[in-house]
Write a protein that binds this ligand. Structure first.
Ligand code: SF4
Ligand code: SF4
Length: 335
């Protein structure tokens, strides 16, 4: 648990704005569900990257100062061997580890297994606080499984959270309101993930939030206060640090199930496959682009109109991931 990881606290203390800290890692492209809004659809049929390359990348990330992993998919627990190998090699004592799950197979035994492997938090995707709405997108019964799993995670003394995708419309729906009330009542974090024009919404702008919607989320965060562990109850990734900003490329990057190294799991522009070139060299190439300077105050992918019109809409229906080098005219810097 995070409170028992003094080396993690030391790494967090040493971190400075703009340094890489978080990696979203797709453990497997496999999933037992077929959600209508799945951004990971792009990688569903991809061949998983070799475990050897993945484990080498974990060492490179550690050397670069990474202390936070978001282990997702697909559904990470559909590949238990791979997940365990990652957990045993990600320097768990010095790392805050968050496993993201749809809850379907997250039994008490599996939670205990993850706890023994030093996982700190299990985050559950919730589409709506209304049972029928959540289940309509997923598998019948999955809403109840999520609730049961959250109770079990809390009973095991781990952190739990719910992650909800919001569109311009759903942000004001009863489904969102009830999911929010559920988080308040359980005293767990609600991660608000705005709709992104990727995956099944590739190039579509209709669902995206507006500036007024972003202000509404901010207001809700300010009104919701903090959890017993000091974290804010409502979170978006742009809220970290002193000023709101998109952390893609600077503080946050992603690895897809087939090993593509990306600025963010939603920004499906590849810098190459891990294992082919050093992680640091690929990230340095990306940071030459002014889009990835950590200074953009909103989500590049889901809110920044200029970015969306230049780099997402024109590539609608094109096979993803695209080459980050071509799209952003980066110098390959290849030795
Ligand atoms: S559970 Fe998650 S990864 Fe699986 S299909 Fe749904 S959104 Fe995609
Ligand atoms: S593009 Fe959006 S989702 Fe990706 S890191 Fe930036 S703020 Fe987060």
């Amino acid at each position: 648990m995070v409170s028992d990881k003094p080396k993690l606290h030391e790494r967090m203390r040493r971190h400075r704005a703009g340094q890489l800290r978080t990696i979203a890692l797709d453990v497997t492209p496999k999933c037992n569900m077929r959600c209508s809004h799945c951004y990971a659809e792009t990688f569903r049929r991809a061949k998983p990257v070799s475990l050897e390359s993945l484990l080498d990348a974990l060492d490179e990330f550690h050397e670069l100062g990474v202390f936070h992993y978001i282990l997702q998919g697909g559904e990470p627990i559909t590949a238990p061997g791979r997940l365990e190998a990652i957990l045993r090699n990600c320097h768990a004592e010095e790392t805050y580890i968050n496993v993201v799950s749809n809850g379907w197979r997250m039994t008490r035994n599996r939670i205990q297994w993850l706890k023994a492997l030093k996982v700190d938090k299990i985050a559950f995707s919730l589409d709506s606080g209304i049972e029928e709405e959540h289940d309509a997108n997923r598998l019948p019964g999955s809403y109840r499984k999520v609730l049961e799993a959250i109770d079990n995670v809390l009973a095991e003394g781990l952190l739990a959270s719910v992650s909800i995708v919001v569109t311009h419309e759903s942000l004001y729906s009863a489904g969102f309101r009830l999911a929010y009330e559920f988080a308040v009542q359980r005293r767990i974090r609600l991660d608000v993930q705005i709709a992104e024009p990727v995956g099944k919404w590739d190039g579509m702008k209709e669902e995206l939030i507006t500036a007024a919607d972003a202000a509404y989320i901010r207001k809700l965060r300010d009104a919701s206060g903090h959890l017993p562990n000091g974290q804010v109850l409502i979170n978006r990734d742009i809220f970290s640090g002193e000023k709101e900003h998109c952390p893609a490329g600077t503080e946050f990057m992603a690895v897809s199930g087939d090993g593509q190294f990306l600025p963010c799991n939603f920004l499906q522009y590849t810098l190459g496959t891990i294992g082919d070139r050093p992680i640091k060299a690929m990230r340095d190439d990306l940071l030459a682009s002014p889009w990835f300077d950590g200074c953009h105050p909103s989500c590049l992918c889901g809110e920044n109109e200029e970015f969306i019109d230049r780099y997402i809409v024109p590539f609608k229906k094109r096979a993803k991931p695209l080459s980050a080098y071509q799209v952003f005219e980066l110098d390959s810097g290849k030795e």
